[in-house]
Design a protein around this ligand. Structure first.
Ligand code: ADP
Length: 163
């Protein structure tokens, strides 16, 4: 039984993330999308909101579950019995950091390996940061995120402006 985790901030989840989830769910038996409780990054959405958005968007893929985690990724992987970490590579700029993380994790825990999927061409430019940047100016984000999330994202910025 191949169990994998796909960790990230998902603040918010984009079509790029969903593409990664669909593709990796075909390769492994069970996939846990793991939302990092990264208070340091001052996320737009709470951990609970990010988990619930991901649950809604992946509810039709039977071998995908969504959880949140804190602390070292490798400890979390071991705690759920995962032997694979899935990461996405968009551009060369992702590579250096990802290589370092993957190598570090293998030194700490040789039983867990990192599997990289290259981005689908149509989402190569896409990141949560880009979505937030465009949304903060009231721009069109319909090419970046599922339509059910558009209003939730705009709403965050309207609330920020009112405060
Ligand atoms: P992190 O803060 O860990 O980078 P993200 O939510 O930004 O979290 O990304 C989670 C994972 O998804 C990372 O491996 C990232 O490279 C990958 N990813 C993000 N956007 C895309 C995309 N458009 N195409 C492919 N992979 C992506």
């Amino acid at each position: 039984m191949k169990k994998a985790i796909y960790p990230g901030s998902f603040d918010p989840v984009t079509f790029g993330h969903l593409d990664m989830i669909e593709r990796s769910a075909k390769v492994v038996d069970q996939l846990i999308v793991a939302v990092l409780r990264n208070n340091a990054k001052n996320p737009l959405f709470s951990t609970e909101e990010r988990v619930s958005m991901l649950e809604e968007m992946t509810k039709n893929i039977p071998n995908v579950a969504v959880q949140s985690f804190d602390g070292l990724l490798i400890d979390y992987a071991k705690s759920v019995g995962a032997t694979i970490i899935i990461r996405g590579l968009r551009a060369v700029t992702d590579f250096e950091y990802e290589l370092q993380m993957a190598q570090t994790n293998r030194i700490v825990e040789p039983g867990v390996d990192t599997l990289f999927l290259t981005t689908s061409l149509e989402y190569a430019y896409l990141s949560s940061t880009i979505v937030k940047e465009v949304a903060s100016y009231g721009g069109d984000i319909s090419h970046f995120v599922p339509k059910q999330l558009i209003e939730l994202i705009y709403h965050k910025y309207r609330k920020e402006i009112k405060q």
